[in-house]
Design a protein around this ligand. Structure first.
Ligand code: AMP
Ligand code: MG
Length: 340
């Protein structure tokens, strides 16, 4: 049986664009891909829509990329100890959200974990795929752990100023893609496009309806199942004014000396997570929060993550890999309500 998740709020003003056709565009950004579908009667504005989408994605990259040496974030990461910087608006907004979640998750989510992310081979360089790459030893781990106290940023949201305490490396990769999805969705609305489905690197947001009056349906990706086990039933989501993000331990990961090392790092231990959580999907009205929470809950692990998600009313689906290789699903109360 398929599980179906539908939003608790149906927008009464969302009338399908009768006679409209679904248009699509795709491209590459942030080391991954994006695609957008939208319903429109006007078939002549593909170029304008592409330009609007790319402007938003480029803005996020120019401000928050860890890969682009000229981004505002990279420049902040290289800045002199004690220097104070006024951040551009989007960067400051995303950092403020990330810092809130760092406090709320007691550091499971940490935007200042860049040194750890890099040392485990998930930053710009060196990559874990590079010849001769080795994971950090204890000394290197301790050095990276010392740099990641987000409170030392002394960030002031009113003035958008943050301090580089020295060697603190920001990494907003767990939240910036979600923000990019929100920006693209808002830009489309600004062009008068009320009905659209936006995806960046696996994070999605749907608004309005398809021309046939149906919501934008998407199916959640199921983590790989060990031989001899059947996958859990598929989950379909009606993305109507809703976003979904999934973090998992199986997509960006490598093996070292028999250990599975995913790109979600627990900043408290300094190590990639290893608690058997295969994936966490979060539904939220904003893609930024879906993205950030899915990472935070992945790092927290199923039991602590469930408690944290319940405390904040977050709609989350946890998929745990059991010792025998089978997958067990757990839904938070808010997610169970969307499942009817
Ligand atoms: P996501 O796919 O949204 O879960 O984001 C994963 C990326 O976020 C990683 O590739 C790192 O760049 C970064 N990251 C890893 N661990 C954390 C963490 N505990 N808190 C915040 N960002 C993290
Ligand atoms: Mg995330």
């Amino acid at each position: 049986m398929t599980r179906v998740l539908v939003p608790d709020h149906i927008d009464a003003a969302a009338v399908p664009a009768l006679g409209a056709r679904v248009h699509g565009l795709r491209g590459e950004t942030m080391g991954t891909t994006w695609w957008v579908l939208w319903a429109d009667r006007d078939a002549t504005r593909q170029a304008a829509v592409r330009a609007a989408i790319e402007a938003e994605l480029d803005l996020v990259v120019a401000q928050m990329s860890t890969w682009l040496p000229s981004s505002d974030l990279s420049r902040f990461n290289r800045a002199a100890p004690g220097s104070r910087h006024t951040l551009p608006e989007a960067f400051a907004d995303v950092l403020q959200a990330a810092l809130w979640l760092a406090e709320a998750s007691a550091g499971a989510f940490n935007p200042a974990a860049g040194a750890l992310v890099n040392r485990w081979g998930f930053g710009p360089a060196p990559r874990h795929t590079d010849p001769g790459f080795t994971p950090p030893d204890e000394t290197e781990l301790c050095a990276a752990l010392r740099t990641q106290d987000w409170r030392r940023l002394a960030f002031d949201a009113a003035t958008r100023e943050a301090t580089q305490p020295g060697g603190l490396l920001l990494d907003l990769s767990a939240i910036a893609k979600g923000h990019a999805v929100d920006r693209v969705a808002r830009a489309l609305a600004g062009l008068g496009i009320a009905h659209a489905l936006v995806e960046v690197g696996g994070e999605l947001r749907g608004q309005g309806l398809r021309p046939d009056g149906m919501p934008w349906w998407v199916e959640l990706e199921c983590p790989p199942v060990a031989p001899g086990h059947s996958p859990p039933p598929p989950t379909r989501v009606a993305l109507h004014g809703l976003s979904v993000a999934t973090s998992g331990d199986y997509r960006r990961a490598y093996r070292h000396q028999g250990r599975h090392l995913p790109h979600s790092i627990d900043p408290r231990s300094g190590r990639p997570v290893a608690h058997g959580l295969a994936s966490v999907s979060v539904l939220h009205t904003e893609a930024l929060w879906a993205d950030a929470w899915s990472t935070a809950l992945t790092v927290a692990g199923r039991d602590a993550g469930l408690a944290l998600a319940e405390a904040h009313g977050i709609a989350a689906l946890f998929v745990q890999r059991e010792a025998d290789g089978g997958l067990t699903e757990t839904l938070t109360g808010a997610m169970a309500r969307l499942a009817g």
